[in-house]
Write a protein that binds this ligand. Structure first.
Ligand code: FES
Length: 113
């Protein structure tokens, strides 16, 4: 699958998340306070909860159910009870629209090497 246009950048408020489903994969699209758009797996790894219903704070998205915070750049949980990361997807902004390819997962392990 190639990248898909999801919605205009203007549909996202700062420090807010919006859920999309691409190719059957739920994705939380987030605009952080620095103006950067992120796309991470929308399902919390601790339970079947939509992370886009949680809270954006700095570079994290917090699950509303039990408070695990996931780092937007790596998908890693920074606090328990979740301990498994969510996937991170490549995002492009083209002519004011957000494009995401659900098969283009970013290898966050390489970034930290
Ligand atoms: S379901 Fe997300 S932290 Fe428990």
């Amino acid at each position: 699958m190639t990248a898909t246009k999801v919605f205009p950048l203007t549909d996202l408020a700062p420090d807010a998340a919006k859920r999309v489903v691409l190719d059957g994969i739920p994705i939380a699209v987030v605009l952080d306070s620095a103006g950067i758009v992120h796309a991470i797996g929308d399902t919390c790894t601790h339970g079947d909860i939509s992370l886009s219903e949680g809270f954006v704070e700095d570079d994290t998205l917090e699950c509303w159910a039990h408070g695990s915070k996931f780092e937007l750049t790596t998908g890693k949980p920074l606090s328990l009870p979740a301990y498994e990361p969510v996937p991170v997807f490549a995002v492009e902004i083209i002519d004011g629209d957000i494009w995401i390819d659900p098969e283009a997962r970013i290898d966050t392990e390489k970034k930290q090497a």
